[in-house]
Design a protein around this ligand. Sequence first.
Ligand code: MCA
Ligand code: AMP
Length: 498
Amino acid sequence: MIQLIENAFEYKNRLAIISDHNNYTYDDLLKRSANIAHQLLNGKADLEEARVAFIVDPGFDYTCIQWGIWRAGGIAVPLCVKHPFKSIEYVIEDTQASVVILSTAYEKLMAPLDERKGIRVIRNQEFNDHQGELPEIAISRRAMILYTSGTTGKPKGVVTTHKNIEKQITSLTTSWEWHQDDHILNVLPLHHVHGIINVMSCALWSGGCCEFLPKFDPKKIFEIFNRQQVNVFMAVPTIYFKLIAHWNTLPETEQNLITTSLKKFRLMVSGSAALPVSVLKQWEKISGHTLLERYGMTEMGMAISNSYRNKRKPGYIGLPLNEVIIRIADEQNQPLEQGEKGEIQVKGLNVFKEYWGKPKATAASFTADGWFKTGDIAVFENGAYRILGRNSVDIIKSGGYKISALEIEEVLRTHTAIKECGVVGIPDDEWGEIIGASLVLATAAIDFEKLKTWLKEQLPAYKIPKRFIIQEDLPRNVMGKVTKMDLKKIFLTQKNNL
Ligand code: MCA
Ligand code: AMP
């Protein structure tokens, strides 16, 4: 039994979703998702974990499709609406999706799919009234695959079961005291845990309202806040940075109006990347709220959080959430004492089942005794955990997105003008990190505008390097291995990056 959907039967006529200036109740959600489920089943009794990929903007239709897939017994594979076809094709092929659902806005992008054999393409507007039985879904079954970057080339599909998702939701609804009068604004993309679980699913689990703004826009966000209906907000540090920057450009009367509205909020959360204390302090001045910083990962939902009721510690991520077990371990996976620096390792029903189709990668991400190895380095001190960084220089966090330097290098190396390259994250106040690429050319020169246009077809915009340098060779150690830390330093000292 999928509890998230069972709960909705209790909430009936309550307001569930606001999107595109329309209001939708829980009954609307249940009715449309049942129609979608029946049409997906197409006469079968159960989709039996068939992968159903979908590309639809955040909003009522997105939620109905996700619920429809679950109610039919399928695995939901949300696609990123900003990705180029190449990245989308990778996900469809990797999951061996047998059905792809798309909305009108993505017809052109997805046109090449119509020629593929074995994939049923359904337009969102084709769903209509269907009646009948729906299968009983055991919560041990696979529910969702989300793609995340790691230290090995291409992104991996993280598989979560209904049970995992339920645990990820309830640890937050209890800790952060969600209730049915809550109204959250979602401005996050819906192919990642932050938007899907923390925002949308927690609101709907609790009988609250989730309002969608599909495109990030500071002006529109403040306009919505000023209606004084939204009382919960969650975002990545870059979004708070951008909201602060916009607020600073406004006349005092408008600033005061926004501040009055923000002070009435119940909860404001930051996560997905380290929250700079400077951003926390500025937001505190504007809103009267000390942002609640928490720590999570696609593979486990949220694991560590500052307190909802008690004092929040700037620069710290807090304490383990309910039923999440945490330890700090050394490189041999031996637990360390308080105050010692090591890797965060996690156990709990919130932790994912597997990387899709990658048993070796799955096994490598757990210790022999079942601890999930996050790759994040932290210390427990002054009664809370503090993140110190990652154990791999090849993982970049930019705008809240996790990016693999190796994936970008692999793409750059396929360009005819590039002989060798090294990609690193460069610290940046707004984005957390921005991507820098050092190129060793195979030709006398390179046209950067053409290179960027070419890259746009290969990679999502947020994975395209923002800084380039050209070098004779990459910095190497005595063994001839490229040293990324030296490369980072070069980017920081070289003022005339392209
Ligand atoms: C976009 N731009 C960038 C980047 N992204 N520049 C530098 N670094 C970047 N990462 C530039 C574009 O090239 C463009 O420049 C301009 O910004 C506007 O691009 P656009 O795509 O429209 O950006 P945006 O809409 O303003 O996006 C910023 C954003 C977005 C809203 C912060 O990045 C975002 O939604 N981030 C959240 C990601 C997220 O949900 N992560 C959670 C995953 P030009 O104008 O010159 O062309 S982590 C997770 O789920 C775990 C479990 C967790 O802990 O939460
Ligand atoms: P993702 O794979 O996209 O789910 O990103 C998860 C990663 O985001 C974690 O492994 C951390 O490196 C990072 N992260 C999430 N929350 C925080 C936080 N509050 N502070 C620092 N890093 C964070």
